[in-house]
Design a binder for this molecule. Structure first.
Ligand code: ADP
Length: 896
């Protein structure tokens, strides 16, 4: 506070003050001179007036100046005009008294003057103070009439001082209770009544002249005079709108900060916690006082401490948002997000830190990240879509399977994946999802971005929000091409196996394998090369898809060639080349591939029981990888191929052998046929003449007994030879389809009896018996041929039985057939031989060729003749015990 002094204001300048003194002195001198005759001894009179004026105006200095001038001039001019000190002691005394009185007057006046000036300055300063202080001030007299109103009070009440002065304070200072709106008693009245300082109740509103209302805070104090009597009241009040707002705001902030879930800390520049909210107390586990004693260094994970200073600096200068780790009282750590900024609070620089525990967020983020990682890394497409079918999420596998990137797909309709012939599919699925249905493993087809189709297995589920409302759908799509392909391939292998079983030549096998391979595995060309017998060369036995010039130059090539096919044979392992660069690397000397369009190759050795017979080669139009399934498929195929080729080779060998055998048989038949024809004529005449000669000599008795016996042997052997030739001729006829029968009605019983009778004559040592049941069995047949049949069976029964063994012939009626069974107790026929018994030239292995002669023709001819009669022939036998041959012939129809 500055000290008030008389010099502070309104003090005339020094020249003015002393000028006035000189002027007053001059005037006094003039007046003294004019009135000298009347003044006698009171010469100083005018000068007293000048001293009073000068001192009043200019203070003590000018007063003394006038006193000096007066003393000199009066003494010199008027009392002793030529010699001041000649006037004697009286003159000096007068002058001395004058000076003393003048001094007294001057100092009295100067003192008054100073005091007046001080008062004025004080009043002015008061006035200035009142008008410049922030509070409104109104003063009244003892009757409550306004005597002073400062500018702030003017603006708050709406009354200017001109209007307000002299007004009753009640008109100007109108106050009501904020809540009740009751008029509140004026503090002026109370101050006057109680004679003490009074304050206002809270919640007081001042109503201004224009009706505006403001909350105010005020006090009234009585003004007392020196004697202590009340002379008025001074009212001091202020608009507290802003303060109330500030208080409200502060209260709100306190409320907020206390109820906030986030931790709020005020941190001093030394890092000390100066304020903390309830959340902070809860989060760190210190009680409030302990927390206020901590520093931010105590609350942080020590590992992150080095960063603190820089972060505090940045927070203070521009604010900062960062994530870090905080530490609780028990030493456990938790991740937080910190937002901090510097502020001036209570004239102190602090950091306001809002700290959020993000453990849960971190966990959710981690879970989400894990989920996202799973979604992104799975092989299944995972697609989110709205119930209207708009795609809202699209993972990496979806991108791989369908060819659209996430940016391309999200926002578009899922309908874009529907193949044209399945456009109804998706709306129907969405409809089912809307009804809460889940669709599992629906196998269908979808269309890729490039228009190709992909077989997929779909699982579609509704997505529910927190209220359980279906808001979207999630599709998991699995690309089942591989599975389909595998299924296709196994179907192909089946087809191939079937086709191969019918392929008889290596060329046919090659054709089947290559064709199937091309379709099953998507090859562009294929070939099969077989190893030559000497094992040095490979020869292409079948190829498809290669240009002619390539085929021509590779028809035969050395096993030492550096190409996959030859290497597969040499190494007996499958060679897979997945791209041209790999081919060039493996076979540098090969140069360009034979067909530039081919970009991948496979060569698989053909192995049967570890033996390599060749290789299957395939060429592909695109660089490719061979899946495990495909490798397995190729190996299986090659193995099937190798086996089929082996079969074809064996079949070929067997065919050739058979052909050779058949040619030999044909040759033999030809020879026998020719021989029989050629033998027949001379033999017939030889036998004829021999028999004639026998009869004649027998009648004439011209030959001796020995000769006659010799002649008998000639006839018998010639007859036998004749029968053999006849049999051979029968075979020749049967072979050429010229064996005919002449049907005529005949009695089978009679025929059988005749043949048995003839046989008895020739085989006396074998008891031969015949039964016929009934006595007569009529059939239609060739008498001679059927006789030949019965002769043959009976001859065999005799021939293959030991001497003395009986042979019986049974003729019977069996339904619509007549049967003849020839039963012997001979050597029997091994079971294995029975099926071939009726083949020509076949003889059972139990026959001792040296003991029992025969050509294996008889039963063959028997069968042919019986068949020509629409009959059957059967054999039953037990080896070593005997055989039964039975023929059955249809009876003659009764109407004939
Ligand atoms: P062949 O008697 O001239 O050998 P066949 O055609 O008459 O020719 O007979 C064929 C074969 O049938 C005989 O070689 C013999 O092995 C067997 N066979 C035929 N009849 C009998 C039989 N009654 N007992 C045992 N084996 C017989």
């Amino acid at each position: 506070m500055s000290r008030l002094s008389a010099d502070d204001s309104h003090e005339p300048s020094i020249p003015a003050r002393y000028g006035v003194a000189l002027l007053a002195s001059a005037l006094a001198l003039l007046m003294t001179w004019l009135f000298q005759p009347f003044m006698e001894r009171n010469l100083f009179l005018w000068f007293f007036a000048a001293i009073v004026i000068s001192t009043s105006y200019g203070g003590l200095g000018p007063g003394l100046l006038v006193t000096l001038i007066a003393s000199l001039s009066i003494g010199y001019i008027f009392i002793a005009p030529f010699s001041l000190f000649e006037g004697g002691s009286e003159t000096l005394l007068r002058l001395g008294v004058f000076a003393l009185v003048a001094l007294l007057i001057s100092s009295l006046i100067a003192g008054r003057r100073r005091s007046a000036m001080f008062t004025q300055a004080q009043s002015e300063q008061l006035h200035v103070t009142l008008s410049s202080i922030g509070d409104a001030v109104i003063a009244t007299d003892v009757h409550g009439r306004v005597t002073l109103i400062n500018t702030v009070a003017e603006s708050l009440t709406g009354w200017n001082s001109a209007d307000a002065l002299g007004q009753d304070i009640a008109n100007i200072f109108r106050i009501v209770n904020e809540e009740t709106r009751q008029v509140v008693e004026s503090p002026v009245e109370r101050a006057l009544r109680e004679g003490a300082v009074v304050g206002l109740a809270n919640h007081t509103l001042l109503i201004a002249r224009d009706g505006a209302e403001r909350p105010i805070d005020d006090s009234g104090a009585p003004i007392r005079d020196r004697q202590g009597a009340i002379t008025g009241v001074v009212l001091v009040f202020r608009d507290i709108t802003a303060r109330m707002q500030a208080e409200d705001t502060l209260a709100r902030y306190q409320l907020l900060s206390e109820h906030a879930r986030d931790i709020m800390l005020f941190i001093g520049q030394d890092g000390r916690v100066v304020e903390a909210n309830r959340a902070a107390v809860a989060a760190y586990g210190y009680d409030r006082d302990a927390l206020l004693g901590k520093t931010i260094y105590d609350l942080r994970d020590p590992a992150s401490a080095p960063a603190i200073d820089a972060q505090m600096e940045q927070a203070d200068s521009s604010g900062i948002l960062f994530e870090t780790v905080h530490r609780r009282a028990d030493g456990t750590l938790f991740p937080v997000e910190v937002s901090a900024i510097g502020a001036l609070i209570d004239r102190r620089r602090v950091l306001i830190s809002i700290i959020r525990d993000i453990s849960v967020r971190r966990r959710i983020e981690a879970a989400q990240a894990q989920l996202a990682a799973i979604v992104q890394s799975t092989d299944d497409a995972i697609i989110g879509k709205t119930l209207e079918g708009t795609i809202i999420s699209w993972n990496a596998a979806a991108e791989r399977i369908y060819g659209y990137s996430a940016e391309e797909a999200i926002g578009r309709s899922i309908q874009m994946l529907a193949p044209p012939d399945r456009s109804d599919d998706i709306p129907q699925i969405l409809e089912r999802i809307k009804h809460g249905e889940r669709i599992a493993r629906l196998e269908t087809t979808r269309m890729r971005k490039d228009g190709t189709l992909v077989p997929v297995s779909l699982t579609i589920s509704p997505i529910l929000d927190a209220n359980g409302t279906i808001t979207a759908a999630s599709t998991i799509a699995r690309d089942i091409s591989e599975r389909k392909q595998a299924a296709d391939r196994s179907a192909h292998l089946q087809t191939i196996a079937t086709a191969l079983s019918e392929a008889l030549t290596p060329a046919q096998v090659a054709d089947v394998v290559i064709t199937q391979c091309i379709t099953a595995i998507g090859a562009q060309a294929g070939s099969i090369a077989l190893l030559s017998e000497d094992g040095d060369t490979l020869e292409v036995v079948g190829a498809s898809g290669y240009p002619v010039h390539v085929l021509n130059s590779w028809r035969r090539f050395s096993l030492s060639q550096a190409i996959p096919l030859a290497e597969a044979v040499r190494s007996k392992t499958m060679i897979l080349i997945e791209l041209p660069a790999a081919l060039a690397e493996r076979y540098p000397q090969l140069g360009q591939p034979a067909v530039p369009e081919h970009h991948a190759w496979a060569a698989i050795p053909l192995l049967v029981e570890g033996r390599v017979s060749g290789a299957l080669g395939l060429s592909f139009g695109q660089a490719r990888e061979f899946s495990i399934d495909e490798r397995a498929f190729l190996l299986t195929l090659a193995s099937q191929c190798a086996q089929a080729l082996e079969r074809a080779r064996l079949y070929e060998a067997e065919r050739q052998a058979r052909e050779r055998a058949e040619a030999a048989v044909r040759l033999r038949d030809q020879f026998l046929s020719i021989a029989a024809h050629e033998l027949k004529t001379p033999l017939t005449s030889l036998l004829g003449y021999a028999q004639l000669f026998q009869r004649r000599t027998l009648r004439a008795g011209s030959l001796g007994e020995a000769d006659q016996r010799a002649l008998g042997v000639i006839v018998a052997q010639a007859s036998r030879l004749n029968r053999m030739v006849a049999a051979l001729l029968d075979i020749a006829r049967i072979e050429s389809g010229q064996l005919n029968i002449q049907r005529a009605p005949l009695d089978l019983c009679e025929l059988a009896r005749r043949v048995v009778e003839e046989a008895r004559e020739q085989a006396e040592e074998h008891p031969l018996e015949i039964t016929c049941q009934p006595e007569q069995l009529l059939i239609e047949g060739d008498d001679l041929r059927l006789e030949q049949v019965l002769q043959n069976l009976i001859q065999n029964a005799i021939k293959y039985s030991p001497p003395g063994a009986p042979v019986s012939v049974r003729v019977e009626l069996q339904g619509a057939h007549a049967s003849v069974a020839v039963v012997d107790r001979g050597i029997g026929i091994p079971e294995a031989a029975r099926v071939r018994l009726f083949q020509r030239f076949y003889r059972a292995p139990n026959v001792d060729e040296r003991q029992i002669s025969g050509m294996g023709i008889g039963l063959f001819v028997v069968k042919e003749i019986v068949m020509l009669h629409d009959g059957t022939v059967e054999v039953e036998s037990v080896e070593g015990q005997g055989s039964t041959f039975t023929i059955r012939l249809p009876l003659m129809p009764s109407d004939k």
